[in-house]
Structures are given as C-alpha cells and as structure tokens.
Design a protein around this ligand. Structure first.
Ligand SMILES: [Mg+2]
Ligand SMILES: [Zn+2]
Length: 191
C-alpha cells in the first residue's frame, strides 16, 4: 500500500478552471459541441501552466442536466470537443468534475460548495493551498474560498458583473482581463 503523502512537498499543484466563460466562450446553457469556442490566447496560456507542472482540472456546474434542458451525454460530447479544440496547443485536461444537479436538489457538489475541489484534490493528491481556481462567477470565487484555494477572477463570461461585487470577499482576488493574462502568475513563482 502506498503511503499517503504527509507533507505538501509531495502534493501536486493545480489550476482549477471553470468551464463556461473561462475555458470556453460563454453561451448560456451551451449543450452542443459545435457551440464550443475558446478565448484568444487560451490554448497557449494553459500550455504554459501545464509546463509549470500545474494539473489542469475543470470544475463546472451543469444544472441544465437537472433542469432537463440537455443530457449528461450532451455534456460529454461538449467536453470531448473542449479537449479536441485544446489538443493542437498540447493542452491536456487532467480531469473534469461536474455537478449535474438542479439548484433545488441541495446536492453537496454544486458550486459555491468547495466539494468538487476537495474531491479533485483527494483524487489527484493536490495541495489546495498551493492551487488556484480561475472563474468568472461569484460561485467560483466562493467555492475556491470554501476549499482553501486561491480564487482568481477573469473578466470574460460573467466576470464583469462579478467584478462589481469583488470587495465583499474576505480574501484578495487577483483580476485578469482574459485567461491569457494569468500566465503572469507563473513568472512570480519564488521557486
Ligand atoms: Mg462560468
Ligand atoms: Zn451537484
């Protein structure tokens, strides 16, 4: 039996990513692969994060499933397209966690819960304290704070609206115009 790592030294780092409005351009209740488009510079940016040994893990609420607007199979085909569209940049997502539930289901996983981040950390041996969650919605920032990882806000998707209320959060949240700008964080790594 492999020993559980006791020190964060043996744990990995991750860039957790919201899907809609972050990894792909925001379309409400997007459900078809042909709707998938990625922001300019996103492919190279995520490749840079990957090169710095950050796992790339998508954390997404898809209540459209619980609302009966589309199926889990639709979500799967969208995610296949997302992976395919990033492939030419050498970007490989390490995992995708999704909450398919309706908000009224009171599930454990739906953001703003930090549950999906915690599950991802356990599954992949990630130090949440050394990881980032890049999102565009208040629920992304709240999930990051709940899980103990650093929230980052991008102003694409619903980000401009989220930015209006950024002062209400108990931690400082770095803000980026677009996903490509987040690579500046890699240049400030003290190691
Ligand atoms: Mg979003
Ligand atoms: Zn859920």
């Amino acid at each position: 039996m492999p020993e559980t790592p006791k020190s964060t030294k043996f744990l990995k780092k991750a860039l957790f990513l919201d899907r809609d409005g972050v990894v792909i351009n925001y379309i409400p209740y997007l459900s078809r692969p042909e709707q998938v488009q990625i922001p300019e510079g996103a492919g190279q940016a995520l490749k840079n994060w990957q090169n710095e040994d950050y796992l790339l893990i998508i954390i997404t609420n898809q209540s459209g499933v619980g609302r009966g607007r589309f199926t889990l199979e639709d979500v799967e085909s969208v995610h296949e397209r997302v992976c395919e569209i990033y492939q030419p940049f050498g970007v490989e997502f390490d995992d995708i966690f999704l909450c398919p539930h309706h908000p009224d289901d009171n599930c454990q996983c739906r953001k703003p819960s930090g549950e999906m981040l915690v599950r991802a950390a356990e599954k992949h041996g990630i130090s949440l304290a050394d990881s980032f969650f890049l999102g565009d919605a208040p629920s992304d920032l709240e999930a990051a704070i709940a899980a103990g990882c650093q929230p980052l806000l991008v102003l694409t998707g619903r980000g401009q609206t989220t930015f209006q209320e950024i002062d209400q959060y108990p931690v400082k949240i770095p803000v980026f115009d677009k996903i490509a700008d987040t690579v500046i964080l890699l240049n400030h790594d003290p190691n």
